[in-house]
Design a protein around this ligand. Structure first.
Ligand SMILES: [Zn+2]
Ligand SMILES: [Zn+2]
Length: 205
């Protein structure tokens, strides 16, 4: 059985016109977070089949019955596409998201809520109810879609998918409280010295 936080990488190829004039390969990540005897699934990716999550569970010596909670950082389609599959595979798992994300059947997730080993950290701006999740014992921050990594560089989410730019900047500064934690992203791989990269990003404006 899993004992840590396992990243699930899902690559989605979007055709020209979906996100812009060119086809795009999106690197989407969901996470399985072990706590006590169970697992928390953070986000579900875009693929309705959920096959990457099935494979990750199997690879970790676990199965859907171990998934006790499903937490959604926000309601964008690239992170909730696998939700139906997750719900039907783990019918007793509690689904949680901010009420502001208006996800049918989700229990409310509020700032400061504790889910397994994770504490929810309201970081509105990307979407009104976006939540980041902090694992204090492991000192790991699941940033969600605030920040991502493209070609090794820390970047903000694209402005046109950001509901409130000023609020996003305030939320980014809130995260600085957690300086020193490892950062894991909903798009892109982990990088070294993410906080230095964030300082630079904020300085560049
Ligand atoms: Zn998003
Ligand atoms: Zn996203």
């Amino acid at each position: 059985m899993l004992e840590h936080i396992l990243g699930i990488r899902m690559e989605e190829h979007l055709p020209a016109g979906a996100l812009g004039p060119f086809p795009v390969a999106l690197d989407i990540r969901a996470y399985l977070v072990a706590y006590g005897a169970g697992l928390v699934l953070v986000d579900t990716g875009m693929d309705p089949s959920g096959s990457s999550i099935d494979a990750a569970l199997k690879g970790g010596g676990a199965d859907w019955s171990d998934v006790r909670q499903i937490v959604l950082t926000h309601g964008h389609l690239d992170h909730i596409g696998g939700l139906h599959h997750a719900r039907s595979s783990a019918p007793s798992a509690v689904v949680r998201a901010s009420p502001l994300e208006m996800i049918d059947g989700a229990q409310p997730l509020t700032d400061g809520a504790i889910i397994g080993s994770l504490r929810a950290f309201a970081t509105p701006g990307h979407t009104p109810g976006h939540m980041s999740l902090y694992d204090e014992d492991r000192s790991i921050l699941l940033v969600g879609d605030y920040l991502g990594v493209i070609d090794g560089k820390l970047v903000r989410a694209p402005a046109r998918f950001t509901s409130d730019r000023a609020q996003t900047e305030r939320s980014l500064r809130l995260l600085l409280e957690l300086r020193g934690a490892r950062m894991l992203f909903a798009h892109g791989p982990e990088i070294d010295r993410p906080w230095d990269a964030l300082d630079e990003l904020l300085m560049r404006g």
